[in-house]
Design a protein. Structure first.
Length: 287
């Protein structure tokens, strides 16, 4: 039978590992340090770079919607297709909880990849969602020196340039148009996807912003007899501002010759003037 002294000795020897298992494990868990996306011949390439090796388990799959780890909430992302990417035994934060790779949501002006958004960094599981212009074949593989997980999307379809209009802060309330590639013939819908993705990092640095007025996206867009009808999702409100998401929507949709008037609906399906040839906004977007 062990004596009290021997038990205390064994406990002291085990204490560092037993009392601080998370800290010990954190030193060996690969840490995400960068996310990049770029265009290459025939593909859009998305790269996740890690420090401390590669995550041992990596999964990528198309999903109907993106779910935030832990909360179970739906994470909005613009695009016609959504890819969920998960890294197990990996993290994207430092010891104080700060991100080690930058923004949790980032936009790209690529033919396929529209936006990448973090959906979880919890219990050594790091996950992201990718909003894509179209569901496309993809290949996931790894590279070393440095450690990278790469996702190549086959993007061999035709695109045409359209404009998305963002608020130009240095010249507020002026709007500035940026070019985006979209898939015809649904060019108006493609333009809205790019608008809701917001400006790229470089465009944000130049002062461009997207005022969403609480909208998380849109559920439907129809164009009939030169009237575009946009049905927004989320708790839309102006907050007393005279510049709202309506300014973005009107400018972006009226670039097309098939659109002369824009009617904007809230999540309840209401707008100020649903009939007739005129622009319209819901009451919640009034100043």
């Amino acid at each position: 039978m062990a004596t009290l002294r021997s038990l205390l000795l064994v406990g002291a020897l085990l204490a560092p590992a037993a009392l601080f298992p998370a800290a010990a494990a954190a030193d060996t868990v690969p840490q995400l340090v960068a996310i990049r996306a770029d265009r290459h011949p025939g593909i859009d390439r998305l790269v996740f770079e890690f420090r401390g090796g590669l995550p041992p388990t990596r999964i990528a799959e198309y999903v109907p919607k993106l779910i935030e780890d832990g909360s179970g909430h739906t994470v909005p992302v613009p695009g016609a297709a959504k890819l969920a990417v998960r890294f197990f035994d990996a993290r994207g934060h430092n010891d104080t909880g700060g991100s080690t790779y930058g923004a949790a949501r980032r936009t790209y002006a690529l033919p396929g990849v529209i936006q990448v958004v973090r959906t979880g960094d919890w219990e050594a599981t790091l996950s992201f969602g990718v909003g894509l212009a179209k569901k496309a074949p993809f290949r996931m593989y790894t590279l070393t020196k440095p450690s990278r997980v790469v996702v190549d999307f086959t993007v061999n379809y035709r695109t045409v340039p359209v404009k998305a209009y963002f608020l130009d802060l240095p010249r507020e309330p002026r709007l500035k148009a940026v070019s985006r590639p979209v898939i015809p013939p649904s060019t108006a819908n493609g333009a809205l996807q790019r608008l809701f993705a917001g400006p790229t990092a470089a465009e944000q640095a130049a002062g461009l912003r997207f005022v969403n007025s609480g909208a998380t996206g849109y559920s439907k867009l129809t164009v009939t007899n030169k009237v575009a009808r946009v049905y927004l999702t989320g708790k839309v409100k102006s907050g007393g501002a005279t510049f709202t998401i309506a300014n973005h929507l009107n400018a972006t949709l009226k670039q097309f010759p098939t659109v002369k008037w824009v009617k904007i609906y809230d999540a309840a399906g209401k707008t100020g003037r649903p009939g007739g040839n005129s622009d319209s906004i819901p009451e919640s977007l009034e100043p």
